[in-house]
Design a binder for this molecule. Sequence first.
Ligand code: NDP
Length: 236
Amino acid sequence: MTEPRTVLVTGANRGIGRAIAERFVAAGDRVATIYRGGDLPEGVVGAIADVTDTAAVDAAFTEIEAQLGPVEVLVANAGVTKDQLLMRMTDEEFEQVIDVNLTGTFRCVRRASKGMIRLRRGRIVLISSVVGLYGGAGQVNYAASKAALVGMARSITRELGGRGITANVVAPGFIETAMTDALPAERQAQYKASIPAGRFAQPEEVAGVVHFLASDEAAYVSGAVVPVDGGLGMGH
Ligand code: NDP
């Protein structure tokens, strides 16, 4: 059993983020979240912030670190979709998705890195998507935001890898959350037919992989893209 660490998961009020936070709580860590509202799993300390607001993110980190100590594990999970065909996609639809999924992740990683550099250890896990490398019709904004996280994690690895800090990307396929519930039934059936595993996954199946990447066992894994997609994106 390792010493409890301070773990920050963005968007732990629901979906995959909630399952990730619960996984770390179950392992005995001190778990916090930056979230916009809603209820939190038991044992999770919350600070309200929108990840599109730099000052709010910095203040939320300060509030959490005052209570729980420096963040040693950051899981950047908060994300949105705003699907639209390329020809019809507005600047706003493109920019809003980038602002949450990419720049929001950058804001959190930048703030978390200060404490990690001082500690000389840290684990950064960025939640991307199979769509980032596989592409998705109607998802130019989302796919671009998620693909960019690979370059971000690899740059962090090059910059901070010598200080005991790792940065990895987890690329989930179809996970049963509000994001996939919103898909029409026949689209869901089509997707399931193209997934070698023949099913969507539960959020807990992503949480276990994130937990491993944050563990001591994964100290030599950095800059990796780990798919959790039932084989959907193989070869990417
Ligand atoms: P949900 O829509 O269920 O949850 C999204 C989470 O992100 C919520 O907690 C939401 O908060 C939070 N969030 C969104 N925008 C902001 C913001 N501006 N500031 C702070 N928090 C924000 O999605 P999932 O759980 O399915 O997805 C989690 C992550 O996994 C996302 O990054 C998503 O892209 C990725 N993913 C999901 C897949 C799936 O099949 N479900 C597949 C591949 C990747 P609020 O409740 O306030 O809206």
